[in-house]
Design a protein around this ligand. Structure first.
Ligand code: ADP
Ligand code: MG
Length: 797
């Protein structure tokens, strides 16, 4: 691990270049592989060689070369799995973040090259979880293991689209458009630190909470997309994990951030001009990626003083990650089929530049002022104790009667002495000094006759000096009072602590004498593990499935507005949607997991009662032996009891198996939750796809209708065409439409047979056009079916 050991010296700094990795996406079935080779043997870097095919080479950006070689930290070829990618790229960065350094992992590549798959993960399988969920799992696991510190974790999720930032995690918002989400703006403080205004930091105390937040953000991101703004390919998403840690009693707080970044698609437009002319100069679609490249170029150049971070929001947010206080890794995602060779080369070129950039990661530590005070107070107390030890005098806040009398005398002599150089010397004892001041105050406020004379003399002589010193006096008195209070508080605290320590010691002695200590600790252990409920049941397992209540924000119900026809169409659409297989698969898997959890729960209960039973036996044994000891005292009874020892060993065994099962139980719980969230997401996607399909169909029909009305005869061919287009011949013959019977057309039901929509593939991108009026769309569909019936009738004749 490149992370310095936790507990590294304050201000420790690590200088390192950004680590750059490549990942090649598996080829699609119909894609033709571009020619490339990976060489892992070269040390320490791997190299990727891309060969431009001859038929492309002569028109290509750089038409002289055919072979390009790029170096990477490591290259993940097509078959590389998510866990391997996580282990090599993200784990070391996560370790640094746990140690108090900032970290960033960003994916760069053209749309469809696997950025989202790598950073967030695929929506189908649990094993396809990407870097974010795996990192969360890893981090929370580590935090749980480390009891030496107190940790706090928060997450935030920012989307940047068109130079505007949006908070994807605002729980109050149920956004249907990106613009509905709270807008995030950048602020720079006097130290040029970037602050994001309006970006919510949500606390996540465990993996489950953090995952829920991730899914909330992803869902908001999906919903906010429309065909007009293909936000997912043109926006940047930054998921950030914020960790702060503190050792108990220490005043030092460590804070670190881990940015996990899914950048916009890096494709360039205008690769080929009209008429087959290849353009040499490629242009960026995405302006902020252009600025990112400028920042990278500036950073890679030596002696550049100005780095243009401020040109775009994204470069401002990632400022620390690039050439700053951060451990950064980049993943270049490549889709190396033949058509994308040039994009792949440009991605690799970008990566090579990034690899030149050096970052200086600093341990982020700061002092908590409150804790500092506590520490100082403790130091004062220690010093006092030391003083007491050295002087041999116990210091209380009280002075003895004798000392007080002595002081009174001294003060009197001092006041009566007319020598301007005379001083009042009571030594370094604060209590005495304080007493003198108090005494003086009394004299000033209630002077006796003789003193009055004395004082008035003084006043007339040195009025202004006196005034000054009085102010001084007030100040000092105030200060003294404060110190006094402080000391009193500290003394009380110390007394309490001492008492506590004594009590604890006493208890320890008492319990160690008691032979049931072992048993106690066993029962505590068990209770700890099972809190809060003491018994596992199927109900608990089912509770995992109630993630739905947390996901109420996900269930955007268009259903409430849907007409019957629309609902039926939706049912069929759902059935035929490609993703429904995923849902079915996951359902099966969930069923399995539930069964496993149930079974495990029962087993856990069994083991638990077995342990309880064994414990009961031990107690029984104790009672028996105690009774025996009273009736016939003998040496033997006070000694080792082999039966009890055996029982204890049995308990140990059971505890072991309990622990193993419990860990498996926890693992299953996480998996079940993940699967449920995945399903929820796929369901939402289908619904969105349906909305788009439905409103598109409605639009098409509206365009067809006027033609039919004006010239019914000529409209037929067109209609047949449109029917074919829709493969409407798969409408079932049971379709019943009788608008005359039901003028409102509300109760008409349209039934589709199984194959209705099969040939019509739903739009592949998840897009959303809100349904404007369902009744209108329904009417259109009905008109369409009427027309179809007429055609059928005509055909029949
Ligand atoms: P990007 O975010 O770069 O636009 P995606 O991550 O959405 O690309 O990937 C496009 C498609 O390719 C998705 O359907 C995704 O599941 C699939 N995909 C990407 N990388 C892999 C991979 N390594 N293994 C399997 N499928 C992948
Ligand atoms: Mg993507």
């Amino acid at each position: 691990c490149r992370a310095p050991l936790p507990g590294a010296r304050r201000g420790a700094m690590v200088k390192e270049t950004i680590r750059v990795y490549a990942r090649v996406k598996p080829l699609g079935r119909r894609q033709q592989a571009g020619s490339y080779s990976v060489d892992d043997e070269e040390d320490p870097l791997s190299s990727l060689e891309i060969t431009v095919p001859r038929d492309l080479a002569d028109g290509f950006v750089n038409n002289k070369r055919e072979n390009y070689k790029f170096k990477f930290q490591k290259i993940f070829d097509q078959e590389a799995k998510q866990d391997v990618v996580f282990d090599s790229i993200a784990k070391p960065v996560a370790e640094c973040v746990l140690a108090g350094y900032n970290g960033t992992i960003f994916a760069y590549g053209q749309t469809g090259s696997g950025k989202t798959f790598t950073i967030t993960g695929g929506a189908e399988r649990y094993s396809d979880r990407g870097i974010i969920p795996r990192t969360l799992s890893y981090i929370f696991d580590q935090l749980q293991k480390d009891s030496s510190k107190v940790y706090t974790t928060h997450v935030s999720y920012l989307e940047i689209y068109n130079e505007c930032g949006y908070d994807l995690l605002d729980p109050r918002h149920e956004a249907s458009r990106l613009e509905d989400l709270p807008k995030v703006t950048i602020m720079e403080d006097s130290d040029q630190n970037i602050h994001l205004k309006n970006l919510s930091l949500q606390q996540a105390t465990n993996e489950e909470e953090a995952l829920n937040l991730l899914f909330l953000g992803d869902t908001n991101r999906m919903i906010a997309e429309t065909p007009m703004n293909q936000a997912s390919s043109r926006s940047h998403c930054i998921f950030t994990i914020h960790i702060s840690s503190k050792e108990p009693g220490s005043a030092t707080i460590r804070r670190s951030k881990l940015h996990l970044v899914d950048l916009a698609g890096s494709e360039r437009v205008a690769k080929t001009g009209v008429g087959g002319h290849l353009l040499t100069e490629a242009k960026y679609i995405n302006l902020s990626l252009h600025y990112l490249e400028q920042v990278i170029i500036a950073l890679a150049e030596k002696n550049r003083s100005h780095i243009p971070y401020r040109n775009s929001m994204m470069t401002s947010v990632l400022r620390d990650s690039l050439g700053g206080n951060c451990m950064t890794a980049m993943i270049a995602t490549l889709s190396i089929d033949k058509r994308n060779i040039d994009e792949s080369i440009s991605t690799c070129r970008f990566a090579q530049r990034v690899a030149l950039i050096k970052n200086e990661a600093v341990l982020n530590e700061e002092i908590d002022p409150r804790l500092m005070i506590v520490q100082l107070k403790k130091e004062i107390q220690d010093l006092k104790d030391e003083l007491e030890l050295v002087t041999g005098k116990q210091r209380t806040s009280e002075l003895s009667q004798e000392e007080l009398l002595q002081l009174d005398e001294l003060i009197e002599t001092f006041l009566k002495d007319n020598d301007p150089d005379s001083t009042l010397d009571v030594g370094g004892d604060m209590r005495k000094i304080k007493y003198c001041f108090i005494h003086m105050k009394q004299l000033v406020n209630h002077p006796t006759t003789s003193d009055k004379k004395l004082l008035s003399q003084d006043i007339s002589e040195e009025e202004h000096i006196n005034k000054e010193s009085r102010e001084e006096l007030e100040k000092l008195k105030h200060l003294l009072q404060q110190r006094d209070n402080e000391i009193n508080i500290l003394v009380n605290m110390l007394k309490k602590e001492k008492k506590k320590a004594k009590d604890a010691l006493f208890q320890l002695n008492a319990t160690s004498a008691c032979s049931t200590l072992l048993e106690q600790s066993l029962s505590i252990n068990l209770e700890d593990r099972q809190s809060p409920s003491s018994c596992f049941s199927l109900k608990d397992a089912k509770d995992f499935s109630s993630s739905a209540h947390r996901l109420s924000f996900l269930s955007r119900q268009t259903g409430g507005k849907m007409s019957l026809g629309c609902q039926e169409a939706f049912e069929v659409f759902k059935r035929d949607h490609a993703d429904s297989i995923t849902i079915e698969d996951n359902k099966q898997l969930l069923k399995q997991r539930f069964a496993e959890v149930k079974c495990l729960g029962e087993k856990l209960n069994e083991v638990r009662s077995k342990i309880n039973h064994l414990k009961g036996e031990i107690t029984q044994r104790h009672i028996q032996r105690a009774a025996l000891a009273v009736s016939s005292p003998s040496e033997e009874l006070n000694m080792f009891d082999p039966v009890e020892e055996k029982l204890r060993m049995q308990i140990e065994e059971e505890k072991k198996s309990y622990k193993t099962m419990f860990n498996r139980f926890k693992g299953l719980k996480v998996e079940i939750e993940h699967l449920q969230l995945l399903m929820e997401k796929v369901k939402m996607k289908i619904q969105k796809d349906f909305e788009v399909w439905w409103s598109e169909e409605a639009k098409n029909l509206q365009q067809e209708k006027p033609k039919m009305v004006t010239s019914p005869n000529t409209a037929y061919p067109q209609f047949i065409k449109s029917l074919q287009h829709l493969s409407a011949n798969s409408f079932s013959e049971t379709t019943r439409v009788s608008p005359n019977e039901d003028p409102d057309r509300k109760n008409n039901s349209i039934t589709f047979n199984n194959s209705t929509l099969k040939t019509r593939t739903p739009p592949s991108s998840s897009t959303s056009i809100p349904l404007t009026g369902d009744s209108q769309a329904d009417a259109d569909i009905l008109a369409f079916i009427e027309a179809r019936q007429r055609i059928l009738q005509k055909k029949g004749k």
